[in-house]
Design a protein around this ligand. Structure first.
Ligand SMILES: Cc1cc2nc3c(=O)[nH]c(=O)nc-3n(C[C@H](O)[C@H](O)[C@H](O)COP(=O)(O)O)c2cc1C
Length: 204
């Protein structure tokens, strides 16, 4: 089977792209509204892609009815956000926070999620997240009304139980991130495999 993208509707392209490119990491983005309401929403068009400076990206589509998402409105106003990651204990709340909440109701407040102050940005982070990165907008690109935000990480928070300070490594046996499959499906990441070092092949 093969397709040229223009033979598919945008919805069908979405299904091809998100049905195969998985599991995807999930950014649980916190932002702050004009009256101080803290907003949280998950985005799986997300990744990190540079460490010098530390850069992440996520992309927000419009809502099905054409409304701009609160996350986008808030970042456009403040220029800052926090990317929080999710592990198994938080996964259900992360999923529920993707529901349709009016801007005056903050998802963390409604779902009973603990917040903690950030260090360099006005937006609080999710206190129980395994990892959180305070970000300032590095670049925003408008792609047919979808907004691609690139964020520069200006402060990292790591949950103490997950970090081996001496080795500068994650305690992988304690870290249980979830990945997004498609639609409302997720995967656990505990069934891991390891390979020996890849070969180094000399050229002629
Ligand atoms: C796991 C997961 C991943 C999601 N990824 C995206 C995404 O990459 N882009 C997007 O526009 N919406 C995505 N959504 C939908 C948003 O989370 C949802 O529209 C949310 O209500 C937006 O909230 P806001 O208006 O508070 O910003 C995702 C939802 C879930 C559950």
């Amino acid at each position: 089977m093969d397709y040229a993208p223009h033979d598919l509707s945008p919805r069908e392209r979405y299904k091809v792209l998100t049905g195969f490119v998985l599991p995807r990491p999930i950014a649980w983005v916190t932002t702050i509204g004009p009256t101080g309401v803290v907003n949280a929403a998950p985005f799986s068009f997300f990744n990190v892609f540079c460490e010098d400076p530390p850069l992440c990206m996520f992309a927000s589509n419009l809502r099905p009815d054409g409304r701009v998402k609160d996350t986008v409105i808030n970042i456009e106003r403040t220029g800052v956000f926090v990317v929080n990651l999710t592990d198994e204990p938080l996964a259900r709340a992360m999923h529920d926070s993707s529901g349709d909440f009016p801007p005056e109701i903050g998802e963390p407040d409604y779902l009973g999620l603990k917040l903690a102050p950030s260090t360099k940005v006005v937006v609080p982070r999710l206190a129980d997240a395994p990892w959180a990165m305070e970000c300032k907008t590095w670049k925003r690109i408008d792609i047919n009304n979808r907004q691609l935000f690139m964020g520069e990480g200006i402060h990292f928070h790591i949950r103490d139980d997950l970090w081996d300070r001496d080795a500068m490594r994650v305690h992988m046996d304690r870290y249980h991130p979830v990945g997004r499959m498609f639609a409302d499906r997720y995967c656990r990441t505990d069934d891991r495999i390891e390979f020996p070092a890849a070969p180094v092949v000399a050229g002629t």
